[in-house]
Write a protein that binds this ligand. Structure first.
Ligand SMILES: Cc1cc2nc3c(=O)[nH]c(=O)nc-3n(C[C@H](O)[C@H](O)[C@H](O)COP(=O)(O)OP(=O)(O)OC[C@H]3O[C@@H](n4cnc5c(N)ncnc54)[C@H](O)[C@@H]3O)c2cc1C
Length: 415
């Protein structure tokens, strides 16, 4: 199907946020044009942890069978090791939510969202199509200019443009919604190894003074290891040579030494992630809203990015649907429709971000005195039941709207 010149909602970016929003709106009868610059659903490696509230929400929305059919790993907890000893552990099975986070790769997640829109004529997906600029009139956003895979430029008018184009959002920039970016002190280099038999299915943070590894079970049979390096430190790390890198990692977690020797061969086996938090003062304008990473970029700590993005979608779906129904047929969706939603989401996201920044600062400690205090603090926290309250609030925040209420619609009662 070609790109229409007019639609109700133009969504830029078919990551988890854009892909689910497109399907949710189309199922409620909204005309959606969803575009992504990528030609397919493959993506550079992204973390694959889906937090428990998202797993619950996806099941409530009817994606349970698709999750089961694909397969996933359930994660039972998180543990922290400091200088060779486990000092902290949270068992996810103790949370009242009663659902475990799962490890599920992003490409099948995005494909699953698209498949749920199959056959809906009001859902148009244009792969390999880039957003280039906004169309604005009288201070309101009225649509966008897109460039297709063959270079064809199309102007699309829409009552709402959704910027779901991720952490380096071009829509955000074009709308003049400048983010404040807080760089973490370190970046990450990650790689994948086969998972040994009997490996515990939990997230582990293995720390040796200022060096650390995040070790996550990865579907179906791997572990993903991320190692911190100083900001702009990749060149220096590479200058030391690959063998020095392998030794450095093995020294932090000796369990990995034989796996690294056998399976990690060159820098080609690694991928780099710049770590930062970004937040935007204003997420919406008349005719435009940002969702997911475009509105708030979380670091990978505790795998919250997709969860936050899906929470946005669940909260926004009824608001957008109502605004399109209530407003004049050709009118733009006004920014004030989203004010209460944004205030509530901002409060939760800032809580998550603050925790991530405190964690990052703690991991950067390196003197003997600092690391002694860090060990003492983590041991104390580990012994206090309050750790379950803090982690519950952080990880298990319910979605803004009960997803069960979104499952049926007058137009498409079932998936
Ligand atoms: C290495 C790494 C590890 C992570 N680990 C986890 C984890 O374990 N768990 C977790 O929950 N989160 C994790 N995150 C964060 C998570 O990946 C993001 O929060 C999540 O993908 C955000 O979803 P999104 O849909 O908002 O944006 P994205 O997933 O970034 O999707 C944006 C989409 O927009 C498209 N796009 C960009 N520019 C344009 C344009 N000009 N025109 C058209 N399309 C465009 C892109 O191709 C992309 O498909 C991790 C992130 C990274 C980088």
């Amino acid at each position: 199907m070609g790109i229409p010149n007019e639609t109700d909602v133009l969504i830029v970016g078919s990551g988890p946020a854009g892909a689910l929003l497109g399907t949710m709106l189309a199922r409620r009868g909204v005309h959606v044009l969803l575009v992504d610059k990528q030609p397919d659903f493959e993506r550079d490696f992204r973390g694959e942890s889906l937090a428990a509230p998202s797993v619950r929400a996806l099941r409530a929305l009817g994606f349970g069978d698709a999750l089961e059919a694909h397969g996933y790993l359930s994660s039972t907890g998180v543990a922290m090791w400091l200088e060779g000893r486990q000092v902290f552990h949270v068992d996810y099975r103790r949370f009242a939510i009663g659902t475990l986070p799962i490890e599920f790769p992003q490409p099948p997640l995005i494909r699953m969202f698209h498949e749920a829109a199959t056959g809906l004529p009001q859902h148009v997906f244009a792969a390999g199509t880039r957003f280039t600029s906004l169309i604005e009139e009288d201070g309101a956003v009225r649509g966008a200019v897109l460039r297709g895979p063959d270079g064809t430029v199309t102007k699309v008018r829409a009552r709402l443009v959704v910027g779901a184009d991720g952490r380096f959002s071009k829509v955000r920039k074009a709308a003049g919604l400048d983010p404040s970016v807080l760089q973490a002190e370190r970046d990450l280099l990650s790689f994948r190894l086969p998972r040994p038999d009997g490996w515990e299915l939990r997230s582990e943070l293995v720390v040796d003074r200022a060096r650390h590894l995040a070790v996550l079970p990865t579907y179906p049979d791997a572990i993903r290891v991320s190692h911190n390096l100083p900001k702009r430190g990749l060149g220096a790390l590479r200058a030391e040579g690959f063998e020095a890198f392998r030794e450095r990692v093995a020294a932090i977690d000796p369990r990995l030494a034989p796996l690294i020797r056998t399976h990690l061969h060159s820098w080609e086996d690694t991928s780099f992630l710049e770590v930062f938090n970004a937040s935007v003062g204003q997420w919406s304008r008349d005719g435009l809203i940002l969702v997911g990473d475009a509105s708030h970029t979380a670091t990978p700590t505790l795998g919250q990015g997709v969860n936050l993005a899906l929470q946005d979608v669940v909260g926004l779906t009824p608001l957008i649907t109502a605004a399109l129904t209530d407003g004049a047929r050709d009118g733009v969706v006004r920014a004030d429709v989203f004010a209460a939603f944004i205030a509530a989401r901002r409060a939760h996201k800032e809580f998550v971000t603050r925790f991530q920044r405190r964690q990052e600062a703690s991991l950067a400690l390196h003197t003997p005195w600092q690391t002694f205090l860090r060990r003492a603090r983590m041991r104390t926290l580990d012994a206090l039941p309050v750790k379950y309250r803090v982690f519950d609030r952080l990880l298990n925040q319910p979605h803004p709207v009960d997803p069960v209420d979104l499952r049926s619609s007058p137009h498409h009662p079932a998936l």
